[in-house]
Design a protein around this ligand. Sequence first.
Ligand SMILES: Cc1ncc(COP(=O)(O)O)c(C=O)c1O
Length: 454
Amino acid sequence: MTTGVSNQEIHDLSNKLFSSILLEQQKYMAIKGPDEDKKHLSDSILQEYEQLKGRGFFFNYVSSGKGHGPFTELIDGSIKYDLIGAIGPNLLGHSHPLYIKAHLEAAASDVMMCGNLLTHKEAYNLSKEIIDSVKGSKLKHFWFSGSGSFANDTALKMLWQKKDPSHRLIAFEKAFAGRSIATQDITYNPDYRVGQPQTIEVDHVPHYDHSDPENAIKKTIDALDAVVKANKGQHCAIMLELIQGEAGFVYGTKEYYETVFKWAKEHDLYIWVDEVQSFGRTTELFAFQMFGLDEYVDVVTIGKALQACGTLFSEELNPKPGLVAGTFNGSLASLNAGQKVVHYLREGNFYGSDGRMKYLEDQFLNRLSVLSKGTCKGKIGYSGGVGTMISFEIGDSSKEITIKFVKKLYENGILSFMAGKEPTRVRFLLPTCLTDEHIEEIFKILIKTVEDVL
Ligand SMILES: Cc1ncc(COP(=O)(O)O)c(C=O)c1O
């Protein structure tokens, strides 16, 4: 139990309800097609919803709120594998016991949300769990935000204040940093800011080039040297995703990052790592820990799998009063779940070379590699990724063929998504609960879909 009312009866009923909900959710454990009498439901709701929202949906997916592990049920009665987890948050899968427990515990509390003038123990518990998990670094504080984009805005404001008037930022080609007014300029893809005025000055440099690993460091360092030379003393920080999500999981090596970070320190720049998508999903809790970069990072943003969002920062970057504030930390259920999830991930066998994340990475990448050299030669090309972040290319890896594939895969029973532009990749953000039987079935569906599409 966390906060809220508690007595023996509440305790017993809550435990009973927990078991009933879990047993009921566990009935949704295998893929199936829609029910005849419900077939029309997704389309009819989405047509109306489209009118409200002002635009259409990529999949005709409306969840029924039922599903367990990797499975999600739609309101038309069909059940699919969910290998995208709402673009990240559902790292543990559907109706995980910790999520159910977090909801039930929050129901015993007095309000829905907690915030800066509404301090609840849930926010303290989650902050403590996160700060405990970055002990080997300079990160000493955590500030909540309502989204990953806003966590990034908060990081930028701290950096700007510290380095005022040096407000320019260095970011990386193919970066994605969110949808706020500041982060749309950090995001590399110009299609995401059509008609927008430029609000911050960002210099983009090339990220690690997998096709030319020997020259990757030189290419980035040359570009970094050029941007600081052209804008002397104007930069506050270098900002990057260590595993670029929207780019299709582009990432470098420890040596690459160390060289870039040493360069940044020599040039008196703060290092800001965006782990909104990678948090929890690589072979360590943080991707910067996986690469052994703890000593370098000054500010790190997280979200998605945390069930909440926020900014971790060093003592040096602690802003003056007035700069950061806001109404909400998050819902009590979310913050409660976030603390439980992080604790579970830290205590369980998830990370390291023998952990669950590495196992899933190996299972998917080995199978994709075998297919690309064998029965799917010429149809599945590149495959790569880290931990539960897996991507691969289909056919000519154009946007058109990838959309066709992802839509067919959905029809055949798997939810996935795309990432990247020239090449476009199929993206999986896997749940940790996949069994070997699930993986076997997923690959059968994948092979069938390749045959259907190419
Ligand atoms: C790396 C990265 N940064 C920031 C964001 C923005 O997060 P949010 O959508 O919660 O604002 C995302 C979202 O996909 C992301 O992948």
